[in-house]
Each structure stands twice: as structure tokens, then as C-alpha cells.
Design a protein around this ligand. Structure first.
Ligand SMILES: C[S@@+](CC[C@H](N)C(=O)[O-])C[C@H]1O[C@@H](n2cnc3c(N)ncnc32)[C@H](O)[C@@H]1O
Length: 372
């Protein structure tokens, strides 16, 4: 459609206006399109800064007495042994992204960078950033994936290689979410709970619960090739002696019925497709004792996509790289939970962007099912 020669003017005020194709509206800004275009570059700017150690170098400076936390691009380039003009462009890009401070040509960490982007930041996401979108090749072939209904090279073909770095990267965030969840879930008030953590990754949920309950024990499951990460992290947090490690496929490993007080499905449902997710919920229901608690963490979508943008895009990430991955709707999960015999459903956000359904298994699942 031909554009107005003066798009910034309200069209009805242009003398030549004769009606269509011009409209009475000011044209919309192109900012959303530019934001998407620069989003690609922004991601790589951050990945490069992490790879070069920019945030750690700035953090180290502030940590030593007599060494000012602010530094010029040239000084930092010498320290990192990189090209000064190139580094300056990178530092300025980080500044406009809100990830660094620049005053009078000197750069320093801001609070966001110190907390989330230094390796030992209190809530470090430094190792998560590069792996969070999944394999980058799958994004460049997204249109083909949408045509074919599946990615050409899904991570399902080699899950351990994909999940190992991912669960290392997500561990700190998930441990914070799991620990903070206690404020609302109050698992710390339970008496020696027996925990089942399926697809546990680095076992952040099992570790948080075992940390809070000195007599709790856990069965920790993951794939052969990933479960050794949970062995290491549980040892590092001093709870490995209360864990039994059960490697294998969470759809088929043996689970004792009516045996657990808490079952955790932490970010494993949205990769499994609706059938798989539902089966996992049913397995958890069978494994829990009556009145046992289910903790189901995921990125749940709201009825309208605009209401849960982060979850919608995380669902897309799954679709881009897995065979069955899908955006998982909060309302759909609630239905599955109720159909599997859960009640007292609550949806909470223990920390920003992390969501958790909690539900209690009805006292008598058999009776619930017979009544259906
Ligand atoms: C996104 S990570 C979540 C890790 C952890 N539960 C959390 O909340 O941080 C998904 C985990 O599920 C595991 N997983 C995927 N498919 C599995 C399967 N069929 N059987 C057992 N574990 C599986 C992966 O190896 C990975 O550790």
C-alpha cells in the first residue's frame, strides 16, 4: 500500500486527501520491528561479554582496595587483551542495554550486572545466558520447523548433550526459586518428607527441600549421562547421603505407589507434549501418598498471549528444538491436575519469571476415580 508523503501529519489535514489508501491515523511506530531486529544482536553482545569475562573483570576491580571499580575501555582492553575500539563498542552496547554503567567515559558494573551476570553473583545467570535459547541453528531454521511440524535436529536425538550445560546454567536460578517457594509452600514445616524429583537436572528442588528438612530423603531421577550432575550438586550442598539416585526415563522408571510426601515435576512437562505431560502428572499422583503435595514448575501461558509474554516465548523455545515441546497453558495444567485427583491447586511465582503449581493429592484417589 502506498504511504502518505507526510506520514507524520494527520491524514485528514493533508489538502490532497481524497480518501483511501490513506487513513485518518498517524502511522504506527516501527520501534517494535527494530526491537526484534536488535534483539538478535543484543543476545550476542551479552554472550560475547560473558565469554570475554567483562563482568567478572569489572567485579574484580571493585573488590580490591585502592583499585577503582570504574575503568576506561582502553584500560579494560589491556587487562582482557582485546582490541580497545571493539571493546568500547561492546561496552557501549551493554550500557544502552542497561547492563553496565558509563559515566565520563569510565565503565562499571550496575546492580543488575553484579547480581545476575558475574560468575559469583548472588543470582548468577552467567552460564545460563548462552544456553537458554537452545541450539541457535534451530532458530535460524524456525520457518522449516513450522512447515514440517518438527525441528530437523531435535534435542530429543541427543538429550544428555543438550541438558548437561542447560541444567548447570539454570541451577542457581532454580535453587533460588525452590528455596523461596518455601515461604508459600511451607515444605519446611513437613515432618521428614520423602521427596521424588523427576527429571531433576542438578536437583535444585530436592536440594532446597532437603536443606530445609533435616530428616527428609529424596529419590532423584534423571537420564543416564545427566544424573551425575545431581550426584555432584547434592554432594556440594551436603545432602547426597539422603538421596537415592535413580537414572532412566521418567516415563518408565519404577516408582513405588503411595510412597512419597512431595513429588516434583520441575520444568519437564512442556517438552513432553500434552500426552506426555499428562502422563507425568498421573505418575506423580500414583507415587504420592494421599494428601501428598505435587510441585509442578513451568512457564505457564495465560489465556491471552499478551498476558504471559515470557511463558509464550519459552514455549516457542521448546517448539524450536524439541519434537513434542509446546507452550503449556495454566488452565490446561489445572484440568490435568484435577483429573489426576489433585485438589487445593495454587499457582505461585516464587521469584520473578518462575512459576509453580502446587496441589494436594486427594485423600483417596481410587474413590475420586470411581466417582468420575
Ligand atoms: C529443563 S531441565 C529441568 C531440571 C530441573 N528439574 C529444574 O527444575 O531445574 C529438564 C531435565 O529433565 C531431564 N529429562 C529429559 N527427558 C527425560 C526423561 N525422559 N527421563 C528423565 N529425565 C529426563 C533432562 O535431562 C533435564 O535434566
Amino acid at each position: 500500500m502506498a504511504d502518505s508523503p507526510y506520514p507524520e501529519l494527520k491524514k485528514s489535514h493533508v489538502p490532497e486527501r481524497v480518501g483511501r489508501p490513506w487513513t485518518d491515523y498517524k502511522p504506527p511506530p516501527s520501534a517494535p520491528v527494530w526491537e526484534v531486529i536488535s534483539g538478535f544482536g543484543s543476545f550476542h553482545v551479552l554472550v560475547a561479554a560473558l565469554e570475554l569475562g567483562v563482568f567478572d573483570a569489572l567485579g574484580d576491580r571493585g573488590a580490591h582496595p585502592g583499585i577503582p571499580p570504574e575503568v576506561t575501555a582502553t584500560e579494560l582492553a589491556q587487562e582482557l587483551e582485546v582490541s580497545a575500539p571493539h571493546l568500547e563498542a561492546l561496552l557501549d552496547s551493554l550500557t544502552v542495554l542497561g547492563l553496565l554503567e558509563r559515566v565520563g567515559g569510565r565503565y562499571s558494573l550496575n546492580d543488575t550486572a553484579a547480581r545476575y551476570l558475574t560468575t559469583d553473583g548472588a543470582a548468577s545467570m552467567a552460564s545460563l545466558v548462552p544456553v537458554a535459547p537452545g541450539p541457535l541453528d534451530n532458530w535460524s531454521r524456525l520457518a522449516d520447523t513450522i512447515r514440517a511440524g518438527r525441528p530437523a535436529e531435535p534435542i530429543d536425538d541427543n538429550p544428555a548433550d543438550f541438558y548437561r550445560p542447560l541444567v548447570e546454567g539454570t541451577f542457581t536460578t532454580m535453587l533460588r526459586a525452590a528455596t523461596r517457594a518455601d515461604l508459600q509452600v511451607r515444605y519446611s514445616a513437613m515432618d521428614s518428607p520423602r521427596v521424588l524429583d523427576l527429571g531433576a537436572g542438578g536437583a535444585p528442588w530436592a536440594i532446597a527441600i532437603l536443606n530445609a528438612c533435616p530428616d527428609a530423603t529424596a529419590v532423584v531421577n534423571d537420564l543416564d549421562g545427566v544424573i551425575d550432575i545431581a550426584r555432584r550438586t547434592t554432594a556440594e550442598h551436603g545432602v547426597a547421603d539422603r538421596c537415592q539416585f535413580r537414572h532412566g526415563n521418567f516415563h518408565t522408571i519404577e516408582l513405588e505407589p503411595d510412597a512419597y510426601d512431595i513429588a516434583v515435576l520441575g520444568h519437564i512437562c512442556r517438552t513432553e507434549g500434552p500426552e506426555g505431560a499428562r502422563r507425568l502428572i498421573e505418575r506423580a499422583a500414583e507415587a504420592l501418598r494421599p494428601e501428598g503435595r505435587l510441585l509442578l514448575a513451568d512457564y505457564f501461558t495465560a489465556p491471552e498471549p499478551q498476558w504471559s509474554p515470557h511463558s509464550v516465548l519459552m514455549g516457542m523455545t521448546m517448539m524450536a528444538s524439541t519434537v513434542h515441546g509446546f507452550p503449556i497453558a495454566a488452565s490446561q495444567v489445572a484440568t490435568w491436575l484435577q483429573e489426576a485427583g489433585f485438589q487445593a491447586l495454587r499457582l505461585i511465582e516464587p521469584i520473578g519469571h518462575q512459576y509453580l503449581y502446587t496441589a494436594t493429592k486427594t485423600r483417596n484417589l481410587q474413590q475420586t476415580r470411581e466417582g468420575e
